[in-house]
Design a protein around this ligand. Sequence first.
Ligand code: ADP
Ligand code: MG
Length: 272
Amino acid sequence: MNKSAQQPDTEQADTEQGNSLIELSGITRVYGKGDATVYALRGIDLRINDGEFVAVMGASGSGKSTCMNIMGCLDTSSSGSYFFKGVDVGKLSRNQRALLRRNYLGFVFQGYNLLHRTSALENVELPLMYRGISPAKRRLQAMQALEIVGLKGRESHSPGELSGGQQQRVAIARAIVSEPAVLLADEPTGNLDSEYSHEIMQLLTRFNREQKITIIMITHEQDMAEYADRIIKFADGAVESDIKNGVLNNTNNQITDIEREDINSKQQRSIS
Ligand code: ADP
Ligand code: MG
């Protein structure tokens, strides 16, 4: 990654409303072609500031994961622009995007995505290994991360020896061990019962408040979304509503009823 990408120009991105971390403009994502074309995202305009805790909701298939994968540099858009900390992600090479992921982003998934025949400690050490951190140092940092998520004493357990809630804690420790600017979580409590879900949400809230990690979390559950201070709802590959601290967020273009009619009719036509 070049220097400007390593040290993004936050000054340029500063505004009265806070430090812009993520700016999506007119993002579309089209899968397949011909009869099989799917318009997963139809033009997303979204700005997320440093330190926000955002919940993303919406029906299954509305484009939430597609959008998160683009924000997480796991996928690229078909059109539109994405700036991360003032850096134009569309202009980065595949390797530069991988570096951006490694240096700034942490991921948590519904299915935990842990390595199975590997201890909790080694799972958490993995991102540090990719970063080239020495064995002694990464062991120490991984131990500390596991302690923070309440798993001290379980370091040598493999995922199979841990409950779902504990496995998700390992995944969270793995995501935060490299001190990311942003934590992207795709239905992190989707496989957990209510008690474990609330524990995970309390953990995420703590990281947001105390370590100022920006959190973007997809969830189906209203009571989980309420831990966030901003709730963005997706419908048909577009932002349907965006509410921050109970107030309509006007920094982004809202989808109007007329636009929705248009989208729906286009979708009907693309299906039929
Ligand atoms: P959500 O996370 O809101 O459930 P997704 O972002 O996963 O929705 O999917 C949005 C739309 O894009 C859906 O219609 C889905 O079937 C489609 N889609 C997602 N990934 C692919 C893919 N790799 N190939 C084709 N279509 C896809
Ligand atoms: Mg999804």
